[in-house]
Design a protein around this ligand. Structure first.
Ligand SMILES: Nc1ncnc2c1ncn2[C@@H]1O[C@H](COP(=O)(O)OP(=O)(O)OP(=O)(O)O)[C@@H](O)[C@H]1O
Ligand SMILES: [Mg+2]
Length: 121
C-alpha cells in the first residue's frame, strides 16, 4: 500500500535546543496511527512541521506524493490535512471525540460550527 505521508530526516532546532532530530515516519494509506512519547519529546513540534506551522530545519515531508516541506498552513489544509491544537482551554465542555471532529472543519460541508458540534454533513 502506498504511503499517504512520508517524512524523511525531519529536524527542528530552536536556537541551541534540538527539539526534533532526524525523524523518519510513514503513514500508509488507509491506516490509523498514533505518535506517543514523554513530555517534551517533540510530538507537537513534529505536528507543527507536518501542518506548516513551523518550517523544518532540515528534512522532507511528502503528502500524497507531493513534497509539501515548508508550505504554509493554508496550503497544507487545502490538501485535506486537518488538525486540532494542544490547548485544553479552547473547548472546555466538549468530549475528546467532538474536539477531534472539530479538526475536520474543512472536510465537512457544514462549516466550522457544525464540525465543532460533531455534526456530519
Ligand atoms: N517555539 C518553541 N521555542 C523554543 N523551544 C520550543 C518551542 N516549542 C517547543 N520547544 C521545546 O521543544 C521541545 C519539544 O517540545 P514539544 O512541545 O514538541 O514536546 P511534546 O512531545 O509535544 O511534549 P508534551 O507531551 O508535553 O506535549 C521541548 O524541549 C520544548 O520546550
Ligand atoms: Mg505536545
Amino acid at each position: 500500500m502506498a504511503d499517504l505521508i512520508e517524512v524523511v530526516g525531519l529536524r527542528k532546532r530552536f536556537g541551541g535546543l534540538l527539539a526534533v532530530n532526524s525523524v523518519d515516519f510513514t503513514i500508509p494509506q488507509g491506516t490509523i496511527v498514533s505518535l506517543i512519547g514523554p513530555n517534551g519529546a517533540g510530538k507537537t513540534t513534529f505536528f507543527n512541521m507536518l501542518t506548516g506551522v513551523y518550517k523544518p530545519t532540515a528534512g522532507r515531508i511528502v503528502f500524497d506524493g507531493e513534497d509539501v516541506t515548508g508550505k504554509p498552513p493554508h496550503a497544507i489544509t487545502e490538501r485535506g490535512v486537518g488538525r486540532t491544537f494542544q490547548n485544553i482551554r479552547l473547548f472546555q465542555n466538549m468530549t475528546a471525540s467532538r474536539t477531534s471532529w472539530s479538526g475536520c472543519t474543512r472536510a465537512s460541508r457544514a462549516g466550522s460550527c457544525a464540525a465543532s458540534c460533531a455534526l456530519r454533513a
